[in-house]
Design a protein around this ligand. Sequence first.
Ligand SMILES: [Ca+2]
Ligand SMILES: [Ca+2]
Ligand SMILES: [Ca+2]
Ligand SMILES: [Ca+2]
Length: 288
Amino acid sequence: MVAARCAALLLGMMLGRAGAEKEAVDSLLVELVGEDRVEQAMEQGLLDQLVQAAGQRQAAREGLLAEMGSLLELPAAESGKRFALGDVHGFLHVYEEREDGRWAEIWVSEYLEGRIGGLALADADGDKREELIIYTEQGRFFYLDPATYQATWSNPPHEYQRLNAMLVCNLDEDEALELVFCADGRLVIYDGRDHFEEWRSTQADLGSTQILVGDVDGDGAEEIVLNDGYVFDARFRDLEWQSPESFGERLGLRDVDEDGIPEVIGEFQGRFLRIFDIDLRREKSARH
Ligand SMILES: [Ca+2]
Ligand SMILES: [Ca+2]
Ligand SMILES: [Ca+2]
Ligand SMILES: [Ca+2]
């Protein structure tokens, strides 16, 4: 019982309700294992297990919402938890949880001039405050204040015609983040603060739908991995490898062979998985 209550409280914390509930979890943990063993329990990963259990329970209830790129948890307001949803009609909606656990729409944007392709929450301009970043399929970017939803920046119309995928991350030494995206067939690295193209690929036929960044060949420097089989050096932007086959529609990184280098795990047709060793430039053999 105590564990179940603890997991429920942890779930609340994960969804943004910190503060008072953190204290409640701490006291429950004391109740669960005794004051003198709290530290040891935390070291043994008890909290991790509870967080994982809470996450699994939520996933079972809500399906794949957590994996959808145009749906994003927002910082909770005093009145409740909130999430944003960008729809295919070009509108961003913000929903807030009511006390009975139901959700209500509390805000909707103006028309954002195209189907919404993805959302991110990050401090892209390095001012220590996060932006809600939206991109549309037609190549518009919008920064919104994540609490008031007022727009703080958008790129010019017609800067790009078509945008397939975006990742917000830091690829260089400056504090501001970069917007890494696939636009009009090219991979583009765009300065998140000063809003200009830092680099674009000479390859002009990319149709990437997912972008990941990680050190996938173990040389200590990060690569940009595109789901359609391209691997670029994240810093110097050279094409390191063009795989003869796609890595799948969706990608994940995990080191599954203990060599310290994450493998790319790619999903095809929403269910079939392949494992790629990027350092060896091949799909991992099915049996050793
Ligand atoms: Ca910011
Ligand atoms: Ca940067
Ligand atoms: Ca590397
Ligand atoms: Ca590995």
